[in-house]
Design a binder for this molecule. Structure first.
Ligand code: DX5
Ligand code: ZN
Length: 222
């Protein structure tokens, strides 16, 4: 079994110390930068636009993990610098044309993912399985950093792993996003999560340096 992958949540990063932060990420070989894109409609918040992220992209080779929390993402994917090797997730709840949207991501050469809000059942993706490379299980309600976990989502991760394996999709990875602390990250890993969005609950926590927190999180999700 591969080791757990770390995707720092860039909406939690200190952009006044971006170069230093990216150096620490590169030193710790984080697998992706998690880019939360929010439109103020699908979720009650605005975050990371394309122009800012193009500048971040010019500073590092770390692949992006775009998490679109926007309405009708199929109409907006072309606005972004999506490259082969990136991960791109869109919310099942955000468009009536989810299959078309997922196909568009793959056409761009990126890994395609469907994101599920805490209450959205796993059966929603029954007829999407051939089209996805990962499922993003939201363990908080999307929109803000620093929220409390929705407790039943820990079981949802375990159920998702069984759901995928039982249907012959054991290679579809599970990403978990929201309140991934050191302790909860360990449980998420035991329950089958593969990729961990690291925010204020772990690596950007004030209790420790970014570098030490990254090392500590790695230990919890190995
Ligand atoms: C929530 C975002 C997450 C969040 C994770 O909508 O998608 O990336 O920032 O950070 P914490 O650990 O603060 O929940
Ligand atoms: Zn996210």
């Amino acid at each position: 079994m591969d080791k757990g992958k770390v995707a720092p949540s860039m909406m939690c990063a200190d952009f006044t110390r971006l170069r230093e932060t990216l150096d620490i990420f590169e030193k710790n070989k984080v697998e992706y930068l998690h880019i939360d894109v929010m439109d103020g409609h699908f979720v009650p918040n605005f975050t990371l636009s394309d122009c800012i992220m193009r500048q971040v992209r010019s500073l590092t080779d770390i692949p992006f993990d775009y998490h679109f929390m926007v309405e009708n993402p199929q109409d907006k994917l072309d606005w972004f610098d999506i490259r082969s090797g990136d991960m791109v997730s869109v919310h099942f709840e955000s468009t009536p044309h989810i299959q078309r949207c997922i196909s568009k991501i793959r056409e761009k050469g990126a890994l395609a993912g469907v994101a599920l809000n805490p209450a959205t059942p796993l059966c929603s993706i029954e007829y999407l399985l051939p089209d996805i490379d990962f499922v993003l299980i939201m363990t908080v309600n999307p929109g803000f950093a620093g929220q409390k976990i929705v407790p039943q989502t820990l079981q949802k991760i375990k159920d998702a792993r069984s759901f995928l394996n039982d249907r012959g999709y054991g290679d579809v990875q599970i990403e978990t996003d929201g309140s991934v602390s050191f302790e909860i990250g360990k449980i998420m890993r035991e329950n089958g999560a593969d990729i961990f969005v690291a925010g204020t609950s772990s690596i950007f926590s004030k209790n420790g340096t970014l570098n030490d927190n990254l090392i500590k999180l790695r230990e919890c999700i190995k």
